[in-house]
Ligand binder design. Structure first.
Ligand code: CDT
Length: 309
């Protein structure tokens, strides 16, 4: 039997400063792409909001004051060179960016393009963390709820790279529903970019656990759905804010098979055998045999906690 082995490169980024131009950032992405080509990767996975600094940390009265951080098309004028270069190498690309639509909607988005240059799909972040109003008491803000809408597109899975591929973005990775929605579509590879500050203002007791929680949720999501998960950070100290690195490629067993060791631009590569997923999907997590959806009504029927009286 021919095994479906996809060679995946997770392209972690170090910080992007406020002054850095798109063209300068794309040069960094191209350098990582060159490494991915040298290592014969089939797919390169860049993180969330990979083209700019993490601008939701700054409050502006007018949303439009941050418009220069958004892309109006993808590929766009400054990013086309990246997709052309990837296509020349026959490498697929996953890239996170801020999307501003023609009719004025703002999404935290990722695109997946295959090795022939075909757009497989786009994903718009479902779980938008942080806050929408100015909260100057914080050492830095997390205004994603001001600058991005919650997407209602849901979690799709696409046939690509010889398998079944889905996407999620950063905070999505903390929610089991994210993985299960895709698990129920047979997903074999989930691509996730993240920007995770080490300081969590609402409960700093969580600060030392950031790295643990990052891997905990992605490893659990991989194992419980029998899928590969690729988590890719923009880490390091960006505009004074320290963010988690530790990008990881996780097998359907839940084991980490490759992990970044720096907080800078760094490529890690792993051979992802998509047929390994069957070991879990056809045994312990044989959904059709063992799941009890009739017992899980609250999961979709209820939003917040309703404690018994
Ligand atoms: N980018 C993103 O979603 N970051 C959040 C930070 C915590 S909420 C302030 C995360 O879940 O990692």
């Amino acid at each position: 039997m021919i095994r479906r082995v996809l060679r995946v490169a997770a392209a972690q980024l170090g910080p992007i400063s406020r002054e850095e131009s798109r063209i300068e950032v794309v040069k960094r992405l191209l350098a990582l792409l060159d490494q991915a080509a040298e290592q014969r990767a089939d797919l390169i996975v860049y993180p969330e909001l990979a083209l700019t600094t993490f601008f939701p940390r700054w409050y502006t009265e007018e949303l439009s004051d941050h418009d220069h951080y958004y892309e109006r098309s993808m590929p766009g004028p400054e990013t086309r060179v990246l997709f052309d270069a990837a296509n020349a190498h026959g490498i697929g690309v996953h890239l996170g960016y801020a999307e501003l639509t023609d009719d004025g909607h703002r999404y935290n988005t990722s695109i997946l393009v295959d090795g022939t240059g075909r757009t497989v799909g786009t994903y718009r972040k479902v779980h938008i963390p942080g806050h929408a109003d100015n909260e100057p008491w914080r050492p830095f803000q997390h205004l994603e709820r001001r600058y991005f809408e919650e997407s209602n597109d849901g979690f799709r899975v696409w046939r690509a790279f010889g398998g079944l591929v889905g996407m999620a973005i950063c905070n999505d990775r903390r929610w089991p529903e994210t993985y299960r929605e895709m698990g129920l579509q047979g997903v074999e590879l989930i691509l996730i970019g993240y920007n995770t500050p080490l300081h969590y203002a609402p409960d700093p007791a969580q600060n030392p656990l950031q790295a643990f929680h990052n891997h905990l949720c992605m490893q659990a999501g991989a194992y419980q759905n029998g899928t590969w998960v690729v988590g890719v950070a923009k880490g390091g100290t960006e505009e004074g804010v320290e963010s988690l690195a530790q990008s990881a490629i996780i097998a359907p067993s839940g084991q980490i098979v490759a992990q970044a060791v720096t907080t800078e631009d760094e490529l890690i590569v792993a051979n992802c055998d998509l047929d390994w997923c069957r070991h879990y999907k056809e045994t312990l997590f044989d959904f059709a045999r063992y799941r009890r959806p009739e017992m899980y009504g609250r999961i979709t029927g209820q939003k917040g906690v309703e404690a018994p009286s």
